[in-house]
Ligand binder design. Structure first.
Ligand code: AMP
Length: 411
């Protein structure tokens, strides 16, 4: 609702400015995709197995409201084969059937970017740095960046085996939910926030001991790039991302003020095999998705990025029937002023009350005398200055000279 919606839109445009400065173009993928777009890439994740809004449409197609956007981006790439590298950004809603709570909704918005076709570690740095710059422009100061490397697919496979062995040895001391997760995706057990699991997570093997020389080199380059840009980060060896297609760099941004279950403001990483799974050629990718709802909660908590206030400049009071106000408001709006008016030909008193309540700087008043003389009264509403009578032909110029823009300044 307004005024929050204006803040929402402003956030999206700050994001667009940041990523367009790095050559990203906007992709507007559909909200509805063939179910296979998601099941082909993530049948081991809760997002796909449990939380998807999927249904059969009137043409007997299995479709789903998108739970995330990366899969749509890769589907789009596989279908249209744009030139490489392909740098795109997006914004819009996703749908997940989760248990709603503060910072966790069934419809939530994300902004994000994906780059397809480049393996360079310094692209990973660019991607992370763009998210960092976005948070900086919002004014957020408490965002924490954590990074990790999941290695090459072989490194990762060996690590997953080691994790499976480690957690299986814990037997029934592990929570039932984690034992179920272990069957599907051992990496995800590391995500558990449940107390009984914590000691087993603390003693779990570390991915760092499984990285190949190539993966180690790539990760070192990413860290060197982040240092070059003075972006503070922590290597978190237990950070994982659930989908099987992630490899090498992964990262997450955490808010300083939210509960730990909802403190992930956004995350991303490098992936392989996604475009292939969706029918395209083998193509490396890297990107992130940032949660808009949670980012705005973090802004509230830090007291930054307030909703912009676009106040009314002029309120037009017409007591001659209303047709004069039709013309005057149109003229003022065309000149770039924000103009509102009274309706229903109400009394002078009633319309002046509305004018005062509107917060406008000036009322333009047209009564019978003014209508006959081709003039209007301009009455300052926030100062004690006298009202003046102005010819209709110079009304716009007069107001433009006297009104100062009031849109709130944002960082
Ligand atoms: P993911 O696609 O799961 O990596 O999520 C990326 C970001 O989207 C998270 O860090 C959150 O900020 C946001 N997000 C994910 N799920 C939800 C949800 N159900 N409600 C609100 N924000 C969400």
């Amino acid at each position: 609702m307004p005024p929050e919606s204006a803040r929402w839109r402003r956030l999206t445009s700050v994001f667009a400015e940041v990523v367009e400065s790095a050559g990203y173009g906007q992709l507007i993928p559909p909200l509805l995709e063939d179910l296979g777009v998601f099941t082909r890439i993530g049948d081991a994740t809760d997002v796909v197995t449990k939380e998807m809004y999927d249904f059969v449409d009137k043409g007997d197609r299995r479709v789903a409201l998108r739970p995330e956007v990366t899969a749509s981006v890769c589907r789009s790439f596989a279908q249209h084969r744009p030139k490489l590298p392909w740098k795109v950004f997006y914004s819009g809603p996703n749908f997940r059937y989760e248990k709603p709570q503060r910072g966790r909704y069934r419809q939530f918005d994300q902004v994000g970017i994906e780059v397809l076709g480049v393996d360079d570690a310094f692209l990973d740095v660019e991607v992370i740095a763009l998210a960092w710059e976005f948070y900086r422009r919002l004014g957020l100061k408490q965002v924490k960046l954590i990074v990790n490397s999941l290695g090459e697919p072989d490194d990762r496979a060996q690590y997953v085996d080691a994790l499976r062995e480690h957690f299986e040895a814990a037997g029934s001391a592990l929570t039932e939910q984690s034992r179920a997760t272990l069957q599907r995706n051992p990496l995800r057990v590391l995500d558990s926030k449940r107390d009984p699991d914590q000691s087993f997570i603390a003693s779990a093997p570390l991915i760092a001991n499984f990285l190949s020389p190539e993966a180690t080199e790539h990760f070192a380059a990413v860290q060197a790039g982040l240092r070059e840009l003075d972006i503070p980060f922590e290597v978190e060896p237990k950070l994982v991302r659930g989908l099987d297609y992630y490899r090498r760099t992964i990262f997450e941004f955490q808010g300083g003020t939210l509960d730990s279950a909802q403190n992930a403001l956004g995350g991303g990483g490098r992936y392989d095999g996604l475009v292939e799974a969706l029918g395209g050629p083998a193509t490396p990718g890297v990107g992130f998705a940032l949660g808009v709802d949670r980012t705005l909660i973090a802004c509230d908590d830090e007291g930054v990025f307030a909703a912009p206030v676009k106040a009314i400049d002029v309120f037009v009071v017409d007591v001659t029937g209303g047709l004069n106000a039709v013309a005057v408001t149109a003229e003022l709006r065309r000149a770039g002023l924000v103009a509102d008016r009274g309706y229903d030909n109400r009394s002078m008193k009633a319309q002046m009350k509305l004018a005062n309540r509107s917060g406008a700087q000036f009322a333009v008043i047209i009564g019978g005398d003014e209508a006959d003389a081709g003039t209007a009264i301009v009455k300052p509403l926030r100062t004690q200055d006298d009202q003046v009578v102005i010819a209709r032909s110079t009304l716009v110029a007069h107001l433009l000279d006297n009104i100062h823009s009031e849109e709130s300044d944002l960082p």
